[in-house]
Design a protein around this ligand. Structure first.
Ligand SMILES: Nc1c(NC[C@H](O)[C@H](O)[C@H](O)CO)[nH]c(=O)[nH]c1=O
Ligand SMILES: CC(=O)C(O)COP(=O)(O)O
Length: 161
């Protein structure tokens, strides 16, 4: 199902575990910062809505989505229950887009495969700015909200496994 058919901010609140005991790390890319700030707000507000204490949300900024890999790896070492990696990659004129998207998706996958702390992929990979706006608090909802819900669910899964 494409995002156009599913609002990213819609979820069944009754299925979300209580998150008041959890601590989360959020790593935010500065590239396309108006978009990544929208994603951060969606994630932060959702964590707070599910009982996470403000002091238990640690934010670090990194220059671009490529740096989310290293930032997330170091964040995994901060005694957090899950990490959310936030970025926005927008197609330009060259193949750079493909390399950044491939690196960040594989890099975050590798962190999930090789280490204990789940890292959630909150990276928009859009054809243009309009698509990014629509997915960071616009008409298709907010991928930051979706990511926070995933982070809570994965923190709970990790606790019980
Ligand atoms: N063009 C975008 C980038 N590019 C920057 C890289 O992510 C990286 O910071 C640089 O190559 C230095 O290592 N990053 C994004 O997040 N979004 C873009 O659209
Ligand atoms: C995602 C990118 O790499 C990017 O927006 C860079 O643009 P360009 O390919 O025109 O250099």
């Amino acid at each position: 199902m494409a995002t156009v058919n599913k609002n990213l901010s819609d979820y069944d609140k009754t299925t979300i575990p209580n998150a008041s005991k959890f601590r989360f790390g959020i790593v935010v890319s500065e590239w396309n910062h108006t978009i990544t700030e929208g994603l951060y707000k969606g994630a932060y507000d959702t964590l707070i809505a599910h009982g996470v204490l403000p002091n238990n949300i640690i934010r670090w900024d990194v220059p671009g989505s490529f740096e989310l890999i290293y930032g997330s790896k170091k964040m995994q070492e901060q005694m957090v229950n899950a990490v959310i990696a936030i970025g926005s990659v927008i197609q330009g004129e060259t193949k750079h887009f493909d390399f950044v998207c491939e690196a960040v998706s594989q890099g975050i996958k590798d962190l999930n495969v090789t280490r204990e702390t789940p890292v959630i992929f909150c990276v928009l990979t859009d054809n243009n700015m309009q698509q990014a706006i629509e997915r960071s608090g616009g008409k298709h909802g907010n991928k930051g909200t979706e990511a926070a819900v995933a982070a809570i669910k994965m923190a709970e899964l990790r606790k019980n496994s």
